[in-house]
Design a protein. Sequence first.
Length: 222
Amino acid sequence: MTMPTDPVVRPVPEPMNRPIRLGVLISGGGTTLLNLLQHIESGALEAEVVSVLASRADCRGIERANAAGIPTDVIARKEFDSSESMSDALFASLRTSDVDLVILGGYLSRVTIPEDFRWRVLNIHPSLIPAFSGPGFYGHHVHDAALERGVKISGCTVHFADDQYDHGPIILQRPVAVLDDDTPDSLAARVFDAECKAFPEAIRLYAEGLLEISGHRVRILD
């Protein structure tokens, strides 16, 4: 009996041959946003950030976006009766900005992704998924758990986001050694260095049409 195979999806069938338009969702300092802007300015990433949406009005990332001249808005979960209605507002705004790809840059609220944005939302997580991932695992909670468990390798994961925390198909992973004298701060700093390289690389692969999805696996094309 022949087993059914998963359909193959190419989110971007051909290279865009233009700067990819990014919408970045933030909840804190906007360090991921700043990293992307630095890669864009240096010419290492052919992209433009056309919208920044924040979950809180007091997060520093808004200041960084404003300083870069990027349109910003605050869409706070507390203003909506459900995560679904909040997500509707988020993606309505992203459509208005004609965004190609949505970047979850330290965004802490769960989003419900509409069909027209399927395979158009990327997240980065500060561990090698599935280790130390899922609800409750964010920021230093991840690094605390890694050190408490005594793992020798941690790292970061870039993946397509779906409607579950840290769950969608994995694009890239970058390992980071855990040292005997590590603290959560020192480990977080080295993992973030890996994130700063991995996220722009994943965006580049996406924009150049080099990602192919089959089920829960992502193939990087030559």
